[in-house]
Design a binder for this molecule. Structure first.
Ligand code: GDP
Length: 455
């Protein structure tokens, strides 16, 4: 996401490097480049105008800092203004004082609401909440069963009418027909109260375009459930239409926050940069793929830093922390510096890293990732799968003591894991080389276990 914008902005700012002093002409030229980059990324014109005006004013206003040279100063200003248009502070979900907290999802058909309902449910569950998903999209064929599927994946309960039947049992005790989303919504809230779910996520119907009936239905549901949060779900790939769609929802049902979806597919990112400024409501979450885990809280500062090619080290650190096992890391460091790392340890480490997501995504968060695009495109999870398969094809004794892996063992491992013998050779040889190199680095860095120093 944001790749071409990121390239253009870093390109524009790079031209300033090495200049001891910036003339007004330098600043104008840079601002012109930034303006074009933003317009090409589909950022709405009024947003571009005010952004450029602020940069110019601040850059020419001689904001001085002893620590930064003039070019760094401009980068800092651009970064701060980017954080500003992305919303400034990270905005968290507000929970009701008395549960259940009601979160209503609104947006066009295909924007990713149902998928989001599952992601949000999983995210909430991971934090100890007990969410209930309520299926009020009774228009799109299959929407109810889709919600049931995502609910099941997320391990969350789903409240839904059976198609063509009534809620409340065969005798129609509640008198609710499957065709009335407002009634389903109300019954869903009642269910949450009865069964003590603490968050209710209400999935609503969308249409392909804005129409009055859709909006009135969403308003009907809103009035019935009185949501604590109404999240407007916006497909980042719709480009320029994002602004008018967001305005229509703001003026129609209204919303308290935005969720950007399909950021994985959007190379331009204009929607993200315009929607906050245009609607005045914060972007709260970002969705970056079809799987339940491809979802996170939206942090304006981290996103700005990523757009400017400064990497997203904070997210990387957080992801690392979530899979990090301190004792395992201490043990590994000790084994590395004493040259005793085994293939078993290597496999453990690799699995821990891979829990953080596809390797290309991780590397893309590193500072300077923009310039390493070529190399990143070569990083292939399939290659790692093969390495994993080879190590799994070994016996415990072989993993613990790779020195015993002789020619006949190599042949057996290759056959067992479906690779060529040369690949097994390569892996084992590289492992020995790496173990030696890491042991000597470990000694230099004084890692625990280094004193034993045998390799
Ligand atoms: P709804 O009509 O608003 O409920 O939209 P859906 O949840 O059915 O999503 C429409 C399509 O977009 C589905 O095929 C989803 O798998 C896909 N989708 C949703 N979110 C994302 C995302 O963040 N990235 C990608 N690549 N696809 C997504």
């Amino acid at each position: 996401m944001f790749e071409s914008l990121s390239d253009r902005l870093t390109g524009a700012l790079k031209d300033l490097r090495g200049k001891g002093r910036l003339s007004p002409a330098d600043i104008d030229a840079t601002c012109r480049e930034i303006r074009l980059a933003l317009l090409d990324a589909d950022v709405a014109l009024p947003v571009v105008r005010s952004f450029i005006a602020k940069i110019k004013e601040r850059a020419k206003g001689h904001e001085v800092s002893g620590a930064l040279n003039p070019a760094q100063q401009v980068v800092k200003i651009v970064n701060e203004e980017l954080v500003g248009i992305l919303g400034g502070e990270t905005r968290r979900l507000t929970f009701a004082k008395t549960p259940p907290t009601v979160v209503m999802l609104a947006g066009l058909q295909g924007s990713g609401k149902t998928t989001l309902a599952g992601k949000l449910a999983k995210w909430l569950k991971d934090q100890g909440h007990t969410p209930l998903l309520v299926a009020c999209d009774l228009q799109r064929p299959g929407a109810v069963s889709q919600l049931q599927i995502v609910g099941e994946r997320a391990g969350a309960a789903v409240f839904a009418p059976h198609p063509g039947t009534s809620i409340g049992g065969g005798d129609n005790a509640l008198g609710i027909t499957a065709a009335d989303p407002v009634e389903v919504a109300k019954a869903g809230i009642a269910e949450a109260r009865n069964k003590q779910y603490d968050v209710v996520i209400v999935d609503t119907a969308g249409r392909l375009g804005i129409d009055a009936e859709l909006m009135n239905q969403a308003i009907g549901i809103r009035d019935a459930v009185q949501p604590d949060e109404t999240l407007f779900v916006l497909d980042a790939m719709i480009g320029q239409d994002a602004v008018s769609t967001a305005e229509a929802f703001r003026d129609g049902v209204g919303f308290t926050g935005v969720v950007l979806t399909k950021l994985d597919g959007d190379a331009r990112g204009g929607a993200a940069l315009s929607v906050r400024e245009v609607t005045g409501q914060p972007i709260m979450f970002a969705s970056t793929g079809e799987k339940l885990e491809d979802f996170d809280v939206f942090h304006p500062d981290r996103m700005a830093s990523r757009i400017l090619g400064m990497g997203d080290v904070l997210t990387l650190i957080e992801q690392a922390e979530s899979v990090y096992d301190e004792q395992q890391a201490i043990d590994a460091a000790e084994k590395i510096s004493s040259g005793q790392l085994t293939l078993e340890d290597f496999l453990d480490q690799m699995m821990a890293i891979r829990k953080m997501g596809p390797i290309g995504n991780l590397l893309a968060m590193m500072p300077g990732a923009g310039q390493m695009k070529e190399a990143l495109s070569q990083v292939d999870d399939k290659q790692l799968d093969r390495v994993q398969a080879i190590i799994r094809g070994m016996t415990k004794a072989e993993r613990d003591n790779p020195k015993i892996i002789n020619a006949s063992r190599r042949l057996r491992i290759a056959n067992g894991s479906g690779v060529k013998v040369s690949e097994v050779n390569q892996l084992v040889d590289r492992f020995f080389e790496a173990r030696k190199m890491m042991a000597s680095m470990g000694r230099q860095m004084g890692l625990p276990g280094a004193r034993r120093g045998q390799s």
